[in-house]
Design a protein around this ligand. Structure first.
Ligand SMILES: [Zn+2]
Length: 317
C-alpha cells in the first residue's frame, strides 16, 4: 500500500513536470461547482477542471464514489472549500494531501474574516461564497497556486485573475444596488439551512435557516415552531427553498404560518451550496449570485430586473 502510494506520488509529480514544460493541461478536480468555476476562470485553456458535485448535490452529506477516487488520484491539483463543508470527504482529502497539492481554499482566508460556528468553538462557517467580496479574496490565493504549478503561464494567470476580479467587483455592485431596494424592515431571509450567514453580514440581512450550518442533522420540531412564530409575528411575506436541500421543512413553515392565519409564500429557489447545471448561466458563480439576489430582492419587496444583472437569467423570481 505504501509503495503504491509512493508510486502515485511519483506519477503525480512527473505529470506536474510535464505541464511546467508546456505539455498536457493541468488536471484540476474541485469538490463543488463554485470552486470549479473559479479555477476554470483563472486557468483558462491551461487546465481541465472537473467538479465532483453537480447541481442539486449537498456537499455536507456527499460521499465519494469509486469514480471520484479515480478522478482524484489522477488530478494534479485538488481544490475544496474546507472548514468541514465537505465533511464526509475529510479523510480522503487528508490522504490525498500526502500525494499531491490539496488546497482547502476557505481555510486560506484570514480567520478574522470568517464567521464563527455557533455550536463548535474554534470552527467556522464554510459558506464563504455568499459574500462576493470575500469570495473575490480567493482569486489571488488560487492564482498564486496555479502559477506555482504552471509557471510557464504566470502572466496569463495574473491577467485572467485581474479580469475575473473586475467581473466580481461589478457583480458586487449589482448585489448592493439591488438589495438596497428591499425595505429595511423586510430584510429577513428565511431558508432551508444556514448557508446565508456571510450574505447576511455583508449585505445587512437577518438570516434564519431551518437546519443549522450543516444539513447533517435534521431540524427539530421546536426549530420549525420557532421560525413559524417569527414569520407570523414579523409578518414575513416570503421564505426560500434551496436547490440542494429537500423542500419539506420550508413547506412546513408555510403550512404552520397558514394554520395561524398568516400567508407566507415560497419566494423562489435559491442556489445555496450547489449551482445550477454546468453549461447554464446559473451554473456559474456570477449567474448563481445574480439569480439569488434578483429572486430575493423581488420576493421581499425590492426592485430588480426580472432577468437579472445582464438579462441572462433564465428563471424569474
Ligand atoms: Zn451548507
Amino acid at each position: 500500500m505504501l509503495r503504491r502510494r509512493a508510486l502515485l506520488a511519483l506519477l503525480a509529480s512527473s505529470a506536474l513536470a510535464n505541464t511546467a514544460q508546456g505539455g498536457a493541461p493541468l488536471q484540476i478536480v474541485a469538490t463543488i461547482g463554485q470552486i470549479a468555476d473559479l479555477a476554470s476562470r483563472l486557468a483558462g485553456e491551461r487546465a481541465v477542471v472537473r467538479a465532483l458535485m453537480g447541481e442539486g448535490v449537498d456537499p455536507h452529506t456527499y460521499r465519494q464514489t469509486r469514480a471520484d477516487v479515480l478522478t482524484l488520484r489522477r488530478a494534479d491539483l485538488v481544490l475544496a472549500v474546507g472548514l468541514w463543508l465537505e465533511a464526509q470527504l475529510v479523510d480522503l482529502l487528508t490522504a490525498l494531501a500526502t500525494e499531491k497539492p490539496v488546497l482547502l481554499l476557505a481555510e486560506r482566508l484570514p480567520p478574522e474574516r470568517l464567521l464563527a460556528h455557533p455550536d463548535f468553538p474554534g470552527k467556522f462557517d464554510p459558506h464563504v461564497w455568499m459574500d462576493v467580496a470575500l469570495w473575490s479574496e480567493l482569486v489571488p490565493i488560487l492564482e498564486v497556486e496555479l502559477a506555482r504549478l504552471d509557471p510557464a503561464d504566470a502572466a496569463g494567470y495574473r491577467e485572467r485573475a485581474r479580469a475575473y476580479r473586475a467581473e466580481l467587483a461589478a457583480l458586487e455592485r449589482y448585489v448592493r444596488r439591488v438589495l438596497a431596494t428591499v425595505p429595511p424592515e423586510r430584510r429577513v431571509l428565511v431558508t432551508a439551512h444556514d448557508a446565508f450567514g456571510y450574505f447576511g453580514r455583508a449585505y445587512g440581512f437577518e438570516v434564519h435557516g431551518i437546519q443549522g450550518l450543516s444539513t447533517e442533522s435534521e431540524a427539530g420540531l421546536a426549530e420549525i415552531e420557532r421560525l413559524v412564530r417569527l414569520i407570523v409575528e414579523r409578518r414575513i411575506g416570503a421564505v426560500f427553498v434551496e436547490s440542494s436541500v429537500a423542500e419539506r421543512n420550508v413547506r412546513a413553515l408555510v403550512e404552520g404560518a397558514a394554520a395561524r392565519g398568516h400567508e407566507v409564500r415560497i419566494g423562489g429557489q435559491l442556489f445555496s451550496d450547489a449551482m445550477d447545471a454546468p453549461g447554464t448561466y446559473e451554473g456559474t458563480y456570477v449567474g448563481m449570485i445574480d439569480h439569488n439576489v434578483t429572486v430575493i430582492a423581488r420576493a421581499l419587496g425590492g426592485e430588480a430586473p426580472p432577468r437579472g444583472m445582464n438579462g441572462r437569467l433564465a428563471t424569474v423570481g
